[in-house]
Design a protein around this ligand. Structure first.
Ligand code: BTN
Length: 321
């Protein structure tokens, strides 16, 4: 089963207190007493008060009464404690330039594999081919620092695996017919829901890190500035919790790539692809091409048959259907 409910493992070190506190408050419609909470969390009344105050400051509406505490308005900010199993590797920012910038800095300073940088807003969100990625409130913007034991020439497999996993998570959670478009976009119909961008550094023929940046239109409205884009909210007609989507994607993606060389990823990607067999326009840094997308080879290269019958191999670009 994909994306089981998040397990929270209690410990007595004060770790995960906010996660566990929120889990209890989210389950109850009525106030939860001081004693009940303090007992379950094994913390004093004083530290409970402190934790509640910190959550209130962070934007959770928790009311305090004689009968205890009640969560009346939840927050969908992606704070580290919303991901209890990976809390120490989550870095959340309310606003930054681009998660790619912070990720590179952290990666170069030696942060661990699967460190995740999340932003509520990005002032300089980057897309592929030097485009701007508009990053307004409600979208999901994050970069994962990965340190796979892989040759740099194979790093494209990580992106293909990520787009496959994201498409299947979107299908599973929201029942939408998500498909992958070369190289790593997610489309529903012919509207873009997500895009990916990666940067890497290598040393002595092995990858030092691959930073995979992912933008997903969740509760935002990209249609205002991008005709061919839509969001999950638009598709299903209601706001969704970004924390569940992100937690689910991270768990599934981590499982999918753990210790794997991803040898079969291209053939799996082809089965979910929207691009093959379609007439496409391909934009690269140097030129714009048109033709039939006949295949994607084992290196992730798009094979394009042009009108005059010539075949072009496109290593890096974007395609439009
Ligand atoms: C594209 O489709 O052109 C790729 C878009 C990638 C956007 C994400 S949002 C998180 C990360 N930070 C960025 O500045 N870009 C990527």
């Amino acid at each position: 089963m994909i994306c089981d409910k998040q397990k929270i493992t209690p410990d007595n070190t004060g770790k995960n207190v906010k996660s566990r506190l929120l889990q209890i408050l989210r389950q109850k419609k009525e106030p939860v007493s001081n004693e009940d909470l303090g007992g379950k969390l094994e913390i004093s009344t004083e530290s409970l008060k402190k934790q509640i105050a910190e959550l209130q400051d962070a934007g959770y509406e928790i009311i305090t009464s004689k009968s205890g505490y009640r969560l009346i308005n939840d927050s969908d900010f992606l704070f580290p404690w919303e991901f209890p199993e990976r809390e120490s590797k989550i870095h959340f920012f309310r606003e930054l330039s681009s998660t790619m910038d912070i990720a590179r800095d952290l990666a170069q300073k030696g942060c661990p594999d699967f460190t995740v940088i999340i932003a509520e807003l990005q002032s300089k969100g980057r897309g592929r081919l030097q485009r701007v990625w508009q990053s307004e409130q409600g979208g999901l913007y994050f970069t994962i620092v990965l340190r796979p034991d892989m040759a740099p020439s194979k790093s494209f497999r990580i992106n293909f695996a990520a787009s496959l996993v994201l498409a299947s998570v979107l299908k599973k959670l929201f029942h939408i017919d998500a498909k992958v478009k070369w190289p790593n976009d997610i489309l529903v119909g012919n509207m873009k829901v997500s895009g990916m961008l990666s940067e890497m550094e290598a040393d002595a023929g092995r990858l030092s890190f691959v930073n995979l940046g992912i933008g997903v239109n969740v509760n935002n409205d990209p249609g205002e500035y991008e005709q061919k884009a839509t969001s999950i909210k638009k598709l299903i007609g209601k706001t969704v919790a970004r924390r569940n989507l992100l937690a689910c994607f991270l768990d599934e993606f981590e499982k999918r790539i753990a210790g794997r060389s991803l040898d079969n990823i291209i053939s799996q990607w082809k089965q979910a692809a929207y691009t093959l067999g379609k007439h496409v326009r391909v934009v690269t840094v140097q030129e714009t091409l048109e033709g039939l997308a006949v295949d994607v080879d084992e290196n992730g290269t798009l094979i394009l048959k042009q009108k005059d019958g010539t075949v072009k191999q496109v290593i890096y670009g974007d395609c439009f259907h």
